[in-house]
Design a protein around this ligand. Structure first.
Ligand SMILES: Cc1ncc(COP(=O)(O)O)c(C=O)c1O
Length: 369
């Protein structure tokens, strides 16, 4: 007899395989129908097993946020990897070179002149040429050269460097998470695509071909990915979805593949305590504090509960009149931010229906040196 999720000890990270496969297929279908490439961001799941499912479904390669994620995926046989993060210190450049030595088709993010010079200098000591993708800022105001003239200026500097080759231009409209309504979301998504297409066209006018024009965040990719001139999308969170995406109106609760299994460890007159604190559910309430995200996760089948406070190992859920839960009862929680929650666990407990069918490692979790 297969084990049921209700029999698991807590906290556990439950992954509904049917919903996961459907989410993977929906991302793939978007790319197939719209004739763009899909390069999912694997920082959401950090799992070799899930990356392979995405590649089997037709993803062209993967995106990572950290070099460590790239190393884990490369060791598992993934060949085509974009590290969507600027790399400029010596220790990290050495590791980039080690990945090139292994034959990985690695692309690294650049957004300034000093950085490209450091990469060039290190590469000169090797037999390799490194593919770099220019990151442009489309409004998130995190990393990225400004789109347009500044991007062209950087591209002109790169083509003079013998060991670097420009593979593409990309951006990430992470500020879409703060969008108040559909109209604002659409505006951000169109600006995301425009920043990339405009920069690529200006580069091409200057005689520098830009083959890959890549956009992507879960809230925007289905809009920015439709714009003429865009060749690639990079959704991450859409593989699981979560309460923040539900709050944004980007996903329905029925599309959320990941839940945290929690036990009731205390029952009081106006609250219960769950064994899921900030070291399990994390403190995210959305990048910009979404009004529609209530508490620290959505307790499935218990809309009367709000997880109001977290300490490290306690989650305090309040209710108005009663909630019917008793000591040792188990509940599932759709986390606010699936990516950070997955990073807190060693493994996914994979479910088909009510039953545990597999356990998959969260292979690239943690990794802070
Ligand atoms: C460069 C880049 N691309 C893609 C993504 C994926 O975004 P999301 O998880 O919203 O799909 C991220 C997320 O941080 C990112 O930084």
């Amino acid at each position: 007899m297969k084990q049921e999720w209700k029999e698991l000890d807590t906290p556990s990270l439950l992954l509904n395989k049917g919903i996961l496969m459907e989410n993977i297929r929906k991302m793939g279908d978007f790319a197939r129908v719209r004739n763009v490439n899909l390069r999912p961001h694997i920082k959401t799941h950090k799992s070799v097993e899930i990356a392979k499912l995405q590649l089997e479904d037709g993803a062209i390669g993967i995106t990572t946020a950290k070099l460590e994620e790239a190393e884990v995926m490369a060791a598992a046989g993934v060949k085509d990897i974009l590290v969507a993060y600027p790399i400029s210190n010596t220790a990290k450049i050495e590791r980039v070179i080690a990945l090139l030595n292994q034959g990985i088709d690695l692309k690294v993010t650049v957004d300034n002149l000093e950085q490209v010079k450091l990469l060039q200098k290190a590469l000169e000591k090797t037999r390799h040429t490194l593919e770099v993708w220019i990151k442009v800022n489309s409004g998130l105001n995190r990393c990225g050269v400004e789109p347009g003239a500044s991007a062209v200026e950087l591209a002109k500097a790169i083509i003079l460097l013998s060991r670097l080759q420009i593979g593409g231009i990309f951006t990430h409209a992470g500020h879409s998470y703060g969008a108040r309504g559909e109209e604002e979301l659409e505006r951000i998504a169109l600006a995301e695509a425009d920043a990339v297409v405009k920069s690529a066209e200006l580069c091409e006018k200057a005689g520098i071909p830009i083959l890959v024009r890549s956009v992507g965040s879960t809230p925007t990719y289905r809009i920015s990915g439709l714009v003429d001139g865009i060749t690639e999308v990079r959704p991450g969170n859409a593989v699981f979805f979560d309460s923040i995406q539900v709050g944004l109106g980007v996903a329905d609760r029925s599309e959320c593949a990941l839940t945290v299994l929690a036990s009731v460890v205390g029952v009081y007159k106006d609250r219960i305590v769950l064994d899921t604190g900030s070291k399990t559910l994390c403190l995210d309430k959305g990048a910009h504090g979404l009004d529609s995200v209530k508490g620290y996760g959505y307790v499935v089948d218990h809309p009367e509960l709000t997880i109001e406070r977290l300490s490290e190992e306690h989650g305090v859920a309040v209710f108005e009149s009663s909630c019917g839960l008793r000591l040792n009862d188990k509940v599932r929680i759709i986390p606010n931010h699936a990516c950070t929650v997955a990073n807190m666990f060693d493994e996914y407990v994979v479910l088909e229906g009510e039953h545990v069918v597999e356990k998959w490692k969260v292979d690239a979790r943690g990794m802070r040196k």
